[in-house]
Design a protein around this ligand. Structure first.
Ligand code: GAF
Length: 390
């Protein structure tokens, strides 16, 4: 499927710059099995890179300026690398400017380059197209100018670029985009950045994403608010239990014993976080043991928490998960990613995928007047050079 994308990107590059690209980079989006809004709360997450990617074509241009073309948007921009990098009014360019700023600020030396990119990661669907953009750009610049940057640091630089753009995100998206491995999920400790791969063997179930096709504008402001609420909650916990360093050290009983010391909102947020951290551990064990039924049950519980306690869901996502609960072919479902729209992740009994899709399409269109989209995904490798010949 990515062959066409690679060919289009290469052909566009050749036409725009009159030369063959020196480097072709593929940078994937991600799914997350479980552990939502947990990365910035220093817990564990269970993401994986997917076979939807951004393809980049690069060459050095022996100047101090870089010219970057987004094929899908039919837009381009130029940046003078000798001048201070400032935010622009065009959102997509800021992720790239942010990456350049981070690389320069961390002492990495590089000169002008030409770049063309195109993507098959749906934008605004919670599959982390922005992390793929950041990590692919860093990886491409590193390859082009022979920079030594470890994978972990690519992820951290990408995350910092995203902060500069305005979302105070955690590390999960960039980390999984860079570290993805075919057929493996990544159990990442977001506190230490230690990680281990687990087999993505979902037995008799397929992973299908249902794209609600909505993106409510609350996302950025509410995301940053959740982070602040969690920080406030943690500082209250620490006051009462000085031995606690992060949420993973706090039991539900400890939290309940100080419930009256915080607002109902803060309590709900933290209660979700503490329960979700323990769910990730259980989910990973269930996956290793092939207990997909339990894994699915945990996904439903996560959704309940995200909807009622963390309050980052929306009517469209709730309806999709409620309908999934009533469907015998679906063993687990939940909203995925930051929330307020985007996708649900679903485990569907193999062979029943088409029936389920037809039923959900009809029901969703009838209820919201919106077309539901579906993505059958494969768990794939992280950001890499394209080595296949056209
Ligand atoms: C977004 C963020 F970018 C991630 O860091 C993560 O917090 C996620 O929302 C929620 O789990 O994708």
């Amino acid at each position: 499927m990515n062959t066409t994308l690679i060919q289009t990107t290469t052909a566009f590059f050749e036409k725009a710059f009159g030369s063959t690209p020196e480097k072709l980079v593929l940078s994937p989006g991600r799914i997350n099995i479980i552990g939502e809004h947990i990365d910035y709360n220093d817990g564990y997450v269970l993401p994986a890179a997917i076979d939807k990617v951004i393809c980049f074509a690069f060459e050095k241009n022996n100047t101090t300026k870089s010219r970057i073309i987004a094929i899908d948007l039919n837009e381009e921009f130029e940046v003078d690398l000798t001048k201070e990098i400032l935010l622009s009014d065009v959102v997509w360019t800021n992720y790239i400017l942010g990456v350049i700023k981070q690389l320069q600020g961390n002492g990495f030396l590089f000169e002008g380059f030409n770049c063309v990119f195109s993507s098959n990661i749906p934008i605004g669907s919670g599959l982390s197209s922005s992390a793929a953009l950041e990590c692919g750009m860093i990886f491409g610049i590193k390859e082009l100018f022979d920079l030594t940057i470890e994978k972990k640091d690519i992820a951290i630089l990408g995350q910092k670029a995203e902060h500069w753009v305005g979302i105070n995100c955690g590390i999960m998206d960039q980390f999984s985009s860079v570290h993805g491995l075919e057929n493996k999920v990544i159990k990442l400790d977001c506190n230490t950045l230690e990680f281990e791969y687990h087999n993505a063997d979902f037995q008799d179930y397929s992973v299908v994403l249902f794209d609600s096709n909505v993106k409510h504008s609350l996302f950025t402001s509410e995301y940053n608010t959740r982070r602040n609420e969690c920080e406030e909650g943690l500082s209250i916990i620490k006051k009462h239990f000085p031995e606690i360093k992060s949420f993973r050290d706090c039991s539900e009983d400890q939290l309940l014993s100080i419930k009256d010391e915080m607002t109902t909102t803060i309590f709900k947020r933290i209660h979700y976080v503490i329960k979700e951290i323990s769910r990730v551990i259980k989910a990973c064990e269930a996956l290793d043991k092939g207990n997909i039924k339990l894994l699915g049950q945990l996904l439903f519980e996560t959704h309940e928490g995200l909807s009622k306690e963390y309050e980052v869901s929306c009517n469209e996502l709730d309806m999709l998960v409620d309908t999934a609960k009533e469907d015998n072919s679906i063993i687990g479902s939940r909203m995925m990613g930051g929330g307020f729209g985007g996708c649900t992740i679903n485990f569907i009994k193999k062979g029943h995928e088409n029936d389920v899709k037809n039923k959900f399409s009809f029901h969703y269109l009838n209820t919201f007047g919106i077309n539901l989209k579906f993505y059958d995904i494969k768990i794939s490798n992280g950001t890499q050079l394209n080595t296949t010949k056209n």
